[in-house]
Design a protein around this ligand. Structure first.
Ligand SMILES: NC(=O)c1ccc[n+]([C@@H]2O[C@H](COP(=O)([O-])OP(=O)(O)OC[C@H]3O[C@@H](n4cnc5c(N)ncnc54)[C@H](O)[C@@H]3O)[C@@H](O)[C@H]2O)c1
Length: 332
């Protein structure tokens, strides 16, 4: 019996499988202009990440797109938040590093210089979010940008919904969703009287598809674009924009720790290669700077008419699926 017979060229197969191969070297795709600067980060015990170096990027043409603006970035002691904090400072903003990490947070603030300060903040504790916002008002008299970025993946197992630990689920939701709502609430409190502001949240491509992450993470991230639309519907009436960013997989302490659990025996560099290789856009890798620049755009006046939007930073990954046909030699 005939299954499929190709009368023309065979269709494309899913290129993801090809891109999953570990490449031999960790070459960085450099866009526009980058300034590599080695940074020593603390080792995290239990075999987790270690970012040996982090790229700090020069401003494009020296422009200061956030001159005079004040920003809070939650979860900015590490990863995407840290890269964004650097980008914001490079573009003239005062940045409050709001994070639970009392070791890395002050270090990052110190590296960024007088334009940054660290505030200990657990986004699951509303009073601490409130306090971070109050610090912005006390020190600078305003808050222009609130970037609710802190998030966790939660446990990668059990894989089945039938065994889901609801306490673990609640923990992920408290950070990834309630923490964001709390950040929006307190930012709005001080932005509404001023009649302006840009609120940004970090979602994920895991919120666009099932199956890319564990259930709690996927569910929490799929909720964020809805939160953004709901809040944008109110705050557009007072001149405040609310958007989110959905990044693809990027090597950060979070992703390296999670992916490393599936790849015992791999070095951190190899795991980083695997994470970078998950993309589909030829000639480019998804990097922390891509999210930082997306946030820079949404935070800046260049995005003055963008609200309620989910800016997907994935090189096209979620824009398609390919049919996987049997190979011609298996057809009758
Ligand atoms: N790295 C990726 O591949 C990827 C992809 C899509 C989305 N994201 C999202 O990006 C965001 C940042 O992730 P990352 O990869 O930079 O991770 P990361 O682990 O490098 O950084 C997360 C930071 O959040 C802080 N944090 C954790 N819980 C907190 C809390 N309760 N209150 C305040 N701070 C807290 C941590 O101390 C850390 O500094 C997360 O929301 C994550 O879900 C990451």
């Amino acid at each position: 019996m005939c299954a499929f017979k190709f009368t023309q060229d065979p269709p494309k197969v899913n290129t993801l499988l090809v891109s999953l191969r570990i490449r031999s070297s960790l070459s960085h795709h450099i866009m526009i202009r980058t300034l590599p600067r080695k940074l020593k980060l603390k080792n995290i015990t239990n075999g987790t990440l270690i970012q040996k170096s982090s790229r700090f990027y020069a401003t494009v043409g020296g422009r200061s797109r956030l001159e005079g603006k004040v920003a809070i970035i939650t979860g900015s002691a590490s990863g995407l938040g840290k890269a964004t904090a650097h980008e914001f400072v490079q573009h003239g903003a005062q940045v409050i590093i709001a994070d639970t990490d009392t070791k890395l947070g002050p270090q990052v603030a110190k590296q960024l210089g007088p334009s940054a300060q660290y505030v200990e903040c657990d986004v699951t504790v509303e009073a601490q979010i409130e306090e971070a916002v109050n610090v912005a008002i006390t020190n600078y008299g305003k808050l222009d940008i609130m970037y609710n970025n802190a998030g966790i993946t939660g446990p990668i197992s059990p894989p089945s919904i039938t065994e889901l630990d609801l306490d673990e689920f609640d923990k992920v939701m408290r950070i990834n969703v309630t923490g964001i709502i709390s950040g929006i609430k307190h930012a709005a409190r001080v932005m509404i009287p001023k009649g302006y502001g840009s609120i940004i949240c970090t979602s994920s491509i895991s919120g666009l598809f099932g199956g890319l992450g564990p259930h709690p993470y996927t569910i929490s991230k799929s909720t964020i674009p809805g939160v953004v639309k709901s809040v944008a519907s109110e705050l557009c009436g007072v001149g405040i924009r609310v958007n989110c960013i959905s990044p693809a997989a990027i090597p950060t302490p979070m992703s390296l720790t999670q992916v490393g659990k599936f790849l015992p025996g791999f070095t951190q560099e190899q795991i980083a290669e695997v994470v970078s290789g998950l993309g589909v856009l030829k000639g480019a890798k998804c990097e922390d700077i891509d999210v930082a620049r997306a946030a820079l755009y949404l935070a800046s006046d260049e995005a003055k008419f963008i609200s309620g939007h989910n800016l997907i930073v994935d090189g096209g990954f979620t824009s398609f699926k390919n049919f996987v046909f049997p190979s011609p030699d298996k057809t009758v």
